[in-house]
Design a protein around this ligand. Structure first.
Ligand code: GAL
Length: 995
C-alpha cells in the first residue's frame, strides 16, 4: 500500500538486497520442506542475488512463450489447478536490525516476487502473497528476536496467481525486485492521497490531501493535527492548510492560486510538505510528496489534458534488461526515460503490469503520460493460435476469481494514485471480457474519478463495452481505424498497441500519425514495443550473443517473437527510432528557399523555448547557416522568413534546406543542442545547358573481343566482360580488382520478420529461385564510332516465367567511368517482387562507405520520413542492423553517391542522378547468407563486401508481424517494367575520380 512506497527517511529502512542463501527444487515434492525452521542449517547452501530471477542465476532455465500457458502440452491442467512441475526457490536471509529499526514496529516489503511466496521469520509463519508486480508488506514485529533473525521465503513459480500472469514475456520466478525492512513512527500516516486539480479555467489549482493514520489504539495522532505547506519548484511557499484528525482521518484543502500546470511538455512538480503533530503539539511525522496540477477528462468524446485534446505518441514498455531480465536497475530506467523523451514519445503503457515505483517518479519528473496496467493477462485461456475460443476463459464472470482480480486492481491504484503522470488505469491485457473485469473497471472509476479507464479486451466481446472509456484496439489497420472514426463514435480512439516493431519493421507508421490531423477522436497509439526481450547467453565457442525463445532448450516456446523493440536488448538504439522520432515530433517544419513554415502541435509549449536553425546544403556540402528563434504559440502555424545569402544558392546543384528546433539549454533528458524537431525542403539550381552536357571522355578505348571475354581497356583501367559467366567479371582501376563476384540481377531480400509473418517465402519464394537460377541468353558489344565508349549488354531469362527478361548494359567510357543500366521487363502472373536490384561482391578490404543519400540510419520506401538527405559515412561492418534474427537490413533510399574505400582511401564510387536515385545496401553478407542464419553466429566469416544496388525495394511494413502486408504503394507489382541506372568510377585510383 501507499505507505511502503513513500517510505520514510532512509534510516527508517533497512535494505535486505544482496546475497541470500538459496536452494532450488524442480517441484514442491523435492523441496527442502522445513528449511524455515530456526535450527535448520542452510550454511552449505549456495548463494543467490536478491533482487534477481532464479533462472538467470544458473538454476533452471528461462522459457519464452507468448499466448499459450507455459505448460501447454506438458501438463493437462485447467484453472485453478497448479502444474505438478513447479520450481520452488527456498531463500534464507539472516539479518540484525539496525539501531533505528529497533524501537518501533518492523515491517517487510517485497516489491516484486514471482509468482507466489510464503514468508517465515525465526521459524514462525508470517504470510503468503501472490501478484508478482505489486508490493507485499508484512508486519514482522511479533516474530523478531534480538540479534540474528532468520528470514525464510519460499517462492513458487506456478500458483493460482500464475493463471493471471500469462503475459507475452520470459517466464521467470524469484524475488526480482528489492526487499527491505522499515519502521514507522508511532503516529503514522498509513495512506495519503493528493489531488492537485485545476479549476474550469485550467489555471487555478486546488489541492486536496486525504490522510489516514495507522489505526493503532495508542496512537497519539488522535486529537492531533496535520499541517500542509505547498511549495513550488523553487521552494517558495504557495499555499498552506491545516486540519485536525478525526477518527484517524484528516482532509486538508488549499487554494493554490494560479499554478504552473503539469504536462509531458511542462512537467512542473510542486512539493506537498506535511507535518503531523500529536495532541500535545509535538511533531511526530513529516512527509514530502510531489504533486502536479493537471486535469484529465473526457469532454465531447475527446480526451483532454488541461483542456486541450491530447494525442498519445506512445510506446509499450516491458521492464527488461538483457542480463537481469525484469529485474531492472535505476540506470536502466534512467536510460529508458531519456531515450523515450529524446525520441519525441510522450506516453508509455506499462505493458503489462505495474512497474517499479521509481519508473512513475521518473515519468512525473521527465514528463511522460502513463497508462498504468494492472497485472492481469489470461491470454491462453481464451485465444488459441489466434482464434477466439473462450470456453474456459478466466476471470470471465466467475466469482471465484473476483477477489484476486480486484486485489490486483486495488494494489496498483493504491500504490500509484499520487503520480500525476498516470492518466489512465488499464484493466490488464488480453484477458477477454466479463463481469469481473467490468467490476475492476468500475472500481477504478469510483475510487479515482480523476482518471479514465482503459481495456482493449472488449473488442472481442462487446457485451462488456462499458469496461473501457475509450475504444482501444491493437494492430488495427489504418483503414479500420478510419472506418471506426467515420462513424462519429461516442468514444475516442487509441491503439494500445500498433506498429509491431519486430526486426526490420516500423514501415508505414505515417499512415497512423496522419490520422492525428484528420480526426479529433484519433488520440494516438502505443508502439509495440520499447525493447527487444533477448537474453545474453554464450554460444558453443563462449561468445556472447542475444538468445531468444528456444535457445535455452525451453519448450514449448514462441522463439524470436520476444524481440519487438525499437531499442535492441542491450539498449542500443535501432534505426527504427529515426522514423519514430520524426513522426512523433510535436512541431512540423517545412523549410524552403524563402523560410520555414512552422506548425506547432504542442499543447502548451511555444516554439521560442527552442533555437531554430536553418542550414542549406548543396550536394551535401553546407553553404549557409542561420540560427535564431521563432515564436509560434501552441496549436498555431506561422511562416518564418529566412533570407539566404545570394551566393548560398547560386551554383548549380541539388539543394537541401534543413530546419531544426534545438534545446537551448540542457534538460534532464538531453543536452543543449539536442534536436526536438526537424524538417527538410529541397530545390534544384539547374546548370546552364552547355555545362550540363556530359562532355565526351577524352581518349580512346582498346576493345578486345576474345572467344570467351570482351576486354575494354583504357588509360590506367581495364574492364572484362565474360560471355561464359554472363556478366562483368573484372573492373580494375590501376592494380586494384573491384569485382570478386560478378553483378547479377537480384529479386530476393533476406526475409524480415514481417516478411515471414506474411509468408513471403511461400507466396513469393520463386523470386528467391529466380535470383539464384537465371540464364544469360545473350551478350552483345557495341563500340562508339569515336572509340570513346563501348557497351556490353547482357540479357537474362528466368525459369519462373518465360515472359520475364532483364537486360543489363555496361557502357565503359575512355575516362574509366562505367555506366550501368538495368531494365526489368515485368511479367504477368507473378507475385509482387521484393526487390529489383543488381548485386555484386567486392573484397572485404573495401570496408568503409561514404554516402550522399537519405540517412543517416537505415531506411526503406515506407520508412524514410525520418531520413534526411546528406553525407554520412560508416564502416561496412556497422551497416547491417543487429536484429535478433539476421534479415534484410542496412538499406538506404535516395542514394545519389556511395563510395566504398579501403584503408588507403581507394576504391569505387557509385553515382546516380538526383532525379532518379537508387537504393543501396552494403553488407558483409549476401541476402542468401542472411536468409539461412537464425542467429548472427551462424553467419560466415567475413571475406567480402556485398553491394546491392536497387531500382526499388519493397517497404518493410509494420502494421503487424503475422500477416499484415506491406501497404500497396510500397510494393512492387511484378508486371510493371522498371529501369534504373548508375555509374561506377574509381576513388583516388590510378584514374582520378570524376563522378
Ligand atoms: C499483443 C500482446 C503483446 C505482444 C504482441 C505481439 O497481442 O498484447 O503482449 O504479445 O501482441 O508481440
Amino acid at each position: 500500500m501507499a505507505e511502503a512506497e513513500r517510505g520514510g527517511p532512509m534510516a527508517m529502512r533497512q535494505s535486505l538486497n544482496g546475497r541470500w542463501k538459496f536452494s532450488c527444487a524442480a517441484d514442491p515434492a523435492s523441496r527442502a520442506e522445513r528449511f524455515y525452521e530456526a535450527d535448520y542449517d542452510c550454511g552449505a547452501w549456495d548463494d543467490i542475488d536478491v533482487p534477481g530471477h532464479i533462472q538467470l542465476q544458473g538454476r533452471g532455465r528461462p522459457q519464452y512463450v507468448n499466448t499459450m500457458y507455459p505448460w501447454d502440452g506438458l501438463e493437462d491442467v485447467r484453472p485453478p489447478a497448479i502444474p505438478r512441475r513447479n520450481p520452488v526457490g527456498s531463500y534464507v536471509k539472516q539479518f540484525r536490525l539496525t539501531e533505528e529499526l529497533r524501537s518501533g514496529p518492523v515491517y517487510i516489503s517485497f516489491q516484486g516476487v514471482e509468482s507466489a511466496f510464503y514468508v517465515w521469520l525465526n521459524g514462525r509463519f508470517v504470510g503468503y502473497a501472490e501478484d508478482s508486480f505489486t508490493p507485499s508488506a508484512f508486519e514482522l514485529t511479533p516474530y523478531l528476536r534480538d540479534g540474528d533473525n532468520k528470514l525464510a521465503v519460499e517462492v513458487y513459480q506456478r500458483s493460482t496467481g500464475g493463471w493471471l500472469e500469462d503475459q507475452d514475456f520470459w517466464r521467470f520466478s524469484g524475488i526480482f525486485r528489492e526487499v527491505y525492512l522499515y519502521t514507522v513512527p508511532e503516529a503514522h500516516v498509513r495512506d495519503l492521497q493528493v489531488r492537485a486539480e485545476l479549476g474550469d479555467d485550467y489555471a487555478h489549482g486546488r489541492l486536496t490531501v486525504d490522510l489516514e493514520l495507522l489505526g493503532r489504539a495508542d496512537s497519539p495522532g488522535e486529537g492531533g493535527r496535520a499541517e500542509l505547506t505547498l511549495k513550488d519548484a523553487d521552494g517558495n511557499v504557495v499555499a498552506e492548510a491545516e486540519s485536525r484528525f478525526a477518527n484517524g482521518r484528516a482532509t486538508l484543502a488549499a487554494d493554490a492560486g494560479r499554478v504552473e500546470t503539469w504536462s509531458a511538455e511542462t512537467p512542473y512538480l510542486y512539493r506537498v510538505c506535511l507535518s503531523i503533530y500529536d495532541a500535545s503539539g509535538e511533531l511526530r511525522e513529516a512527509i514530502v510528496q510531489r504533486a502536479g496540477f493537471r486535469r484529465f477528462e473526457l469532454r465531447g468524446g475527446v480526451m483532454r489534458l488541461n483542456g486541450k485534446r491530447i494525442v498519445f505518441k506512445g510506446v509499450n514498455r516491458h521492464e527488461f534488461n538483457a542480463r537481469r531480465g525484469r529485474s531492472v536497475t535505476e540506470e536502466d530506467m534512467l536510460w529508458d526515460v531519456k531515450t523515450i523523451k529524446r525520441h519525441n514519445m510522450n506516453a508509455v503503457r506499462t505493458s503489462h503490469y505495474p512497474n517499479q515505483t521509481r519508473w512513475y517518479e521518473l515519468c512525473d519528473e521527465y514528463g511522460l503520460y502513463v497508462i498504468d496496467e494492472m497485472n492481469l493477462e489470461t491470454h491462453g485461456s481464451w485465444q488459441k493460435m489466434g482464434a477466439v475460443e473462450p470456453s474456459w476463459n478466466i476471470p470471465g464472470d466467475k466469482p471465484e476469481w473476483r477477489g484476486a482480480v480486484l486485489d490486483r486492481a486495488r494494489s496498483m491504484l493504491e500504490r500509484d494514485k499520487n503520480h500525476p503522470s498516470i492518466l489512465i488505469w488499464s484493466c490488464g491485457n488480453e484477458s477477454y471480457a466479463g463481469q469481473v473485469i467490468l467490476d475492476a473497471s468500475n472500481y477504478f472509476r469510483e475510487r479515482d474519478p480523476g482518471r479514465l479507464v482503459h481495456y482493449e479486451g472488449v473488442f472481442h466481446n462487446r457485451a462488456y463495452d462499458a469496461t473501457s472509456d475509450m475504444e482501444s484496439r491493437m494492430y488495427a489497420k489504418p483503414a479500420d481505424i478510419i472506418a471506426y472514426l467515420e462513424t462519429d463514435p461516442a468514444k475516442p480512439y487509441i491503439s494500445c498497441e500498433y506498429m509491431h516493431a519486430m526486426g526490420n519493421s516500423v514501415g508505414g507508421m505515417h499512415k497512423y500519425t496522419e490520422l492525428e490531423d484528420r480526426y479529433p477522436k484519433y488520440q494516438g497509439g502505443f508502439i509495440w514495443d520499447y525493447i527487444d526481450q533477448a537474453l545474453i547467453a554464450r554460444d558453443r565457442y563462449g561468445r556472447e550473443y542475444f538468445a531468444y525463445g528456444g535457445d535455452f532448450g525451453d519448450r514449448p516456446t514462441d522463439y524470436s517473437f520476444c524481440g519487438n523493440g525499437i531499442v535492441f536488448a542491450d539498449r542500443r538504439e535501432t534505426p527504427k527510432l529515426q522514423e519514430v522520432k520524426f513522426l512523433y515530433q510535436n512541431v512540423r517544419l517545412a523549410p524552403s528557399r524563402e523560410g520555414v513554415r512552422i506548425a506547432n502541435r504542442n499543447l502548451f509549449a511555444n516554439t521560442d523555448r527552442w533555437a531554430l536553425s536553418v542550414k542549406l546544403y548543396r550536394d551535401g556540402i553546407e553553404t549557409f547557416r542561420w540560427t535564431g528563434e521563432a515564436s509560434v504559440a501552441p496549436g498555431e502555424e506561422a511562416f518564418v522568413p529566412v533570407r539566404l545569402t545570394d551566393e548560398a544558392a547560386a551554383a548549380p546543384g541539388e539543394y537541401a534546406v534543413h530546419a531544426a528546433l534545438m534545446l537551448k539549454a540542457d534538460e534532464a533528458w538531453a543536452e543543449a543542442g539536442h534536436e526536438v524537431a526537424f524538417g527538410e525542403g529541397r530545390f534544384e539550381v539547374a546548370a546552364k545547358a552547355d555545362d550540363a552536357a556530359l562532355a565526351p571522355a577524352a581518349g580512346t578505348l582498346r576493345v578486345v573481343e576474345g572467344d570467351v571475354n570482351i576486354g575494354v581497356h583504357g588509360d590506367g583501367f581495364s574492364v572484362l566482360f565474360s560471355k561464359q559467366a554472363g556478366s562483368l567479371v573484372s573492373l580494375r582501376y590501376g592494380a586494384r580488382e573491384l569485382i570478386e563476384a560478378p553483378p547479377m540481377p537480384l529479386f530476393w531480400r533476406a526475409t524480415t520478420d514481417n516478411d515471414k509473418g506474411t509468408s513471403l517465402g511461400f507466396d513469393a519464394g520463386l523470386w528467391y529461385a529466380a535470383s539464384l537460377a537465371r540464364r544469360c541468353t545473350g551478350v552483345s558489344l557495341e563500340a562508339s564510332a569515336s572509340g570513346g565508349e563501348a557497351t556490353a549488354v547482357f540479357d537474362y531469362a528466368f525459369a519462373i516465367s518465360a515472359e520475364l527478361r532483364v537486360r543489363v548494359a555496361y557502357t565503359v567510357r575512355a575516362d574509366g567511368q562505367v555506366r550501368v543500366r538495368m531494365d526489368y521487363s515485368g511479367a504477368a502472373g507473378l507475385p509482387d517482387v521484393p526487390i529489383v536490384a543488381l548485386s555484386f561482391k567486392t573484397s572485404a578490404d573495401y570496408g568503409h562507405t561514404e554516402w550522399y543519400a537519405l540517412g543517416p540510419e537505415e531506411n526503406y520506401a515506407d520508412r524514410a520520413f525520418g531520413a534526411r538527405l546528406g553525407l554520412f559515412s560508416r564502416d561496412v561492418r556497422e551497416l547491417p542492423s543487429p536484429y535478433l534474427v539476421p534479415q534484410e537490413s542496412g538499406n538506404r533510399t535516395g542514394v545519389r553517391r556511395l563510395r566504398l574505400t579501403d584503408g588507403c582511401g581507394q576504391g569505387l564510387q557509385l553515382a546516380a542522378s538526383p532525379a532518379a536515385p537508387v537504393e543501396c545496401a552494403v553488407s558483409p553478407y549476401t541476402a542468401f547468407e542472411l536468409e539461412h542464419a537464425a542467429h548472427p553466429y551462424e553467419l560466415p566469416d567475413v571475406h567480402y563486401t556485398v553491394v546491392t544496388v536497387a531500382g526499388r525495394q519493397m517497404g518493410v511494413g509494420g502494421d503487424d508481424s503475422w500477416g499484415a502486408p506491406v501497404h500497396a504503394e510500397y510494393r512492387i507489382p511484378a508486371d510493371r517494367p522498371l529501369s534504373f541506372a548508375f555509374t561506377l568510377s574509381p576513388v583516388d585510383g590510378a584514374v582520378a575520380a570524376r563522378g
